[in-house]
Every structure is written in C-alpha cells, then in structure tokens.
Design a protein around this ligand. Structure first.
Ligand SMILES: Cc1cc2nc3c(=O)[nH]c(=O)nc-3n(C[C@H](O)[C@H](O)[C@H](O)COP(=O)(O)O)c2cc1C
Length: 345
C-alpha cells in the first residue's frame, strides 16, 4: 500500500498530507478529535486574533465606571482570552497523536512575540501566522509590509529556534516568489498559499455593504496551484500547504503534484464533515497505486515550475488562444481543449 506520510514545515512528520485548516471547527476539541480520527495529518487551531482581544478590552472601557480598575481588567480579559487558546492546545495535545499547529493573527510586533511564546509553552508543535491585512496607508512606502513580515519571521525564529513557523499569506503581494524566498532565508519553515480574505459585497436593493460568501469556491484552488508550482520551483527548501478551494481527493492530488507538501481543508469539512477526509485519503492512496508511486515525496512537485515548460505555463497570465477561442471549452496548458466530461479533469 502507498505510504501517505510526509514532512511539513521542514520539521513536522505528518501521517497524511491533509491538514485541517484553522476555522470555527478547530476551536472545539471534540470536533477536532473526530476530524483527526478520519486520518488528517495535522490540525491548525482557530486563530487567536489580536483584534478580537482589543475589541473585548475596548468594550470594557466603554462600560466601566471605574477607570482606576481598567488596567487590571484589561490584562484580566487578555489573559483569559489567551488562556482559552492555551487550554485548547493542551486539550488537543492530550487527546491527539497528530501535530497541533497554533494560529496567530496580530499586527503589533510585541504581540506576535508574546502570544507565540505562550502558545509554544502550552505545547503547540508549530505556529501558523495569519498575516493577512489590507494596507491602505497612502503614506506607507510600498514594500513596507513585506519587509515587516520578513523581520517578524527573523525575530520569531531567533526567539523560538526549534518551532516551525509558517505564514498564511494573502495572494495580493506584488512578487510572491521573491517574498517567499526572503521568508525562507529569514527562517520560515513554510507558507500557506493562500488565506481567503473576508469579502465585502454590495446589496443593491438596500444600497448597503454586506458580507460576501464565507465559504470558498472550487476555482479558488487554481491560484494556489499556480503559485505553489512557481514557489516550489524557485524556493525548493520552503514547505508549502495549499489553502482555499480544496474539496476532494482529486484536489489533494493536484496540490501535491503542483508542489505542496500538504493541502488544507476548511469549506469541504464544513460541508461534508470527517467523511471528506476519509474519502480524500482513500482516493489519494488509490491514485498513488495506480500511478505506481510508493511515497508522497515521489509525487510532490512533479508539475512544479522546476521544469521550463511547467514554469512557462504557470507564469502565463494572458493566454491568447484561451481567450480568443470561439470554442467555449477550456484549453489545457499546451493549447489543446479539455473535455469537461473527462473524469481526470
Ligand atoms: C467559518 C470560517 C472561520 C475561519 N477562521 C479562520 C481563522 O480563525 N484563522 C485562519 O487563519 N483562517 C480561518 N479561516 C480560513 C480557512 O482556514 C481557509 O483558509 C479558507 O476558508 C479557505 O480554505 P477552504 O477553501 O478550504 O475553505 C476560516 C474560514 C471559515 C469558513
């Protein structure tokens, strides 16, 4: 039988390349256990959000008649919120045999550091930093955000040298390949490509801004595939997990072929539960056997941009033949038509 074990973030051993992504599902130890039992290789816990902590503190500020007590209350609220996360880590470490990855979403350097230490002390096997932010400061020089990330990784890896640090990136950077290279040099163990942002939508009847869909769509996977292939080709030492759009075993295989060491599932688990993990892993094993692969390392990156023909296709943003075709069937990487009825597509 094909061996589905793999390495992630350079230091973690995973029994399978399917990771349970950070979400509401991963804030409940019982739910996590159920998903882990289905065969997942690792779990990323619900993020600790600095913004949320600050919100709780500011709610306190507006409701307190005793300003003198504020400092004490603020630190109590923050410690309490932090201890919810550290308790979750401890509960997961006690009941699971797979790596437990804690997730942090912060914007101030000192807060990253403080939370990182606490989560690692509680037993987290790795840290995933959700660094997504919409920068809108016109006075900020471009490139500032990227430099900040690289510096943050350098500081964290210096402070916690044994803990793999991964960054869950947004796709809205000018040059993701160059950013990944700098992150790798500064000590990052891996990147998650990509985070899915909160999407505002517009209600035209009420002329109001409303929330867009919470769940991803299947085509979201394709940007992850493109950049995974390119990053794998250019920065071979950096581990990659694809996130956004993965739904089933075929997507798992696609992610690995592109160059990901692991594929994260979130929407698929909200919609299909633990069964999706079992089915995806069964599909992967069968596919590996049919394609005569004994281990995951033989699969990872076979379609990465390490080869010039793969790189050419993955770098292509305008595809004349695709867009000008009168035939409405999509074209494959070499200009041939893809048959939508083909079960391999
Ligand atoms: C309800 C919900 C809650 C989420 N919470 C978090 C979170 O706390 N931290 C995080 O990094 N990502 C969070 N995500 C994003 C997911 O981890 C994932 O990156 C995104 O949904 C795209 O992957 P998918 O296509 O498999 O859903 C959340 C997603 C959903 C739908």
């Amino acid at each position: 039988m094909a061996n589905t074990s793999t390495k992630y973030a350079n230091k973690l051993s995973l029994r399978s390349p399917l990771i349970i992504a950070s979400s509401g599902l991963t804030s409940d130890p019982k739910k996590i256990k159920e998903l882990a039992n289905a065969g997942a290789g690792a779990v990323v816990l619900k993020s600790i959000f600095e913004e949320q902590m600050e919100q709780e503190v500011s709610n306190l500020e507006s409701s307190s008649d005793f300003p003198g007590a504020m400092e004490y209350l603020q630190s109590y609220v923050q410690d309490h919120a932090l201890s919810e996360h550290t308790d979750l880590i401890k509960a997961c470490k006690d009941s699971l045999e797979i790596p437990v990855i804690a997730s942090i979403n912060c914007y101030k350097a000192d807060t990253w550091m403080e939370y990182a230490h606490s989560l690692v002390e509680a037993g987290a096997d790795a840290l995933e930093l959700n660094v997504m932010r919409i920068d809108t400061d016109r006075a900020q020089e471009w490139g500032t955000a990227e430099k900040g990330l690289v510096q943050m990784v350098a500081d964290l890896t210096k402070a916690l040298p044994r803990v793999p640090i991964t960054l869950k990136l947004s796709k809205y950077y000018t040059n993701i390949i160059s950013l990944c290279r700098s992150l790798s040099i500064s000590g990052a163990g891996g990147v998650v490509l990509f985070n899915r942002s909160y999407l505002p939508d517009i209600d035209i009847h009420n002329e109001a801004i409303v929330s867009g869909p919470i769940f991803s769509s299947e085509t979201d996977l394709l940007d992850g595939i493109r950049y995974t292939s390119l990053v794998r080709g250019a920065v071979p030492d950096l581990s990659i997990a694809i996130s956004s759009g993965a739904r089933d075993g075929k997507d798992l295989v696609k992610g690995l072929l592109a160059g990901a060491d692991a594929v994260q599932y979130c929407t698929a688990l909200y919609k299909g539960g633990a069964r999706i993990i079992e089915e995806s892993l069964a599909y992967l094993t069968k596919w590996m056997e049919e394609h005569k692969y004994a281990g995951i390392d033989e699969v990872v990156g076979r379609l990465a941009a390490t080869r010039i023909d793969h790189a050419n296709v993955m770098q292509r943003s305008q595809f004349m033949k695709h867009f000008s075709s009168h035939d409405d069937r999509p074209v494959d990487s070499f200009g041939g038509n893809i048959d939508r009825n083909d079960t391999n597509y």
